[in-house]
Design a binder for this molecule. Sequence first.
Ligand code: SF4
Ligand code: SF4
Length: 240
Amino acid sequence: MEGKHYFCAMRGIEEEIIRILTEEGAAFIRFTDITELPPEQNRNLPRAVSFGITLTPSYVQKVKETPDYVQMIIAQNQIEEDEFHLKELRAGELADRIAELLVLEGYQAYSLSDNNVIATHAWDAENLRTLLPQKTVAVLAGAGWVGKNNLLITPAYGPALTLGTVLTDAPLHIAGTQPMESKCGACRICTDICPAGAIYGKAWERHIPREERIDIHRCTTCLKCLVHCPYTRKYLKCRE
Ligand code: SF4
Ligand code: SF4
């Protein structure tokens, strides 16, 4: 009987997480096993919630059509209203909220929101690196692969998403997912379009260090490699 109540309570939490994220328009929500990660990355927590919130096609189109979009919004002091910026914040807030919900239910939980990562000293500002990139968890969850542009690429939305992640010991129901292989193939669009020359053009494979694929210190976050990726184009085309 106790086991049955426990099962029902767990299903209730899972449903609540899915409800919260679905209401926010999450494009994918996955529960995944992260036990294969080292303890400094998974914090001895065995599972994770990984989700993605899409950028709107109109926003992607606007960035694409504006030659120096990011410089423009910086010059016009409009960063605070930028959709990418707002959705990154929103994904972080949602991850924090889900972590709080799990803690209230008596589980351990750790949000990979920017605020929490910085507050818990898991952000290396000198090397622009976190202890556990959110895309690493999304890859384990089978949501996509890491593109030559170092962004998570999903088959349906390309890299046009912001990510949220929560690590936990809650016994979430884990679907049998397999990490995807890179589907970048011979594509060089992001490599050729990057104005900073930051992308080396080497296809991602798990365990190949980031430094062999991209010079992150050169990246100006101009978003060109995001909006011009053919998987982003496919997403826009599907929404037309
Ligand atoms: S965001 Fe811009 S600068 Fe950074 S890797 Fe992509 S194209 Fe290059
Ligand atoms: S632009 Fe091409 S190479 Fe770059 S991430 Fe997208 S599919 Fe991969």
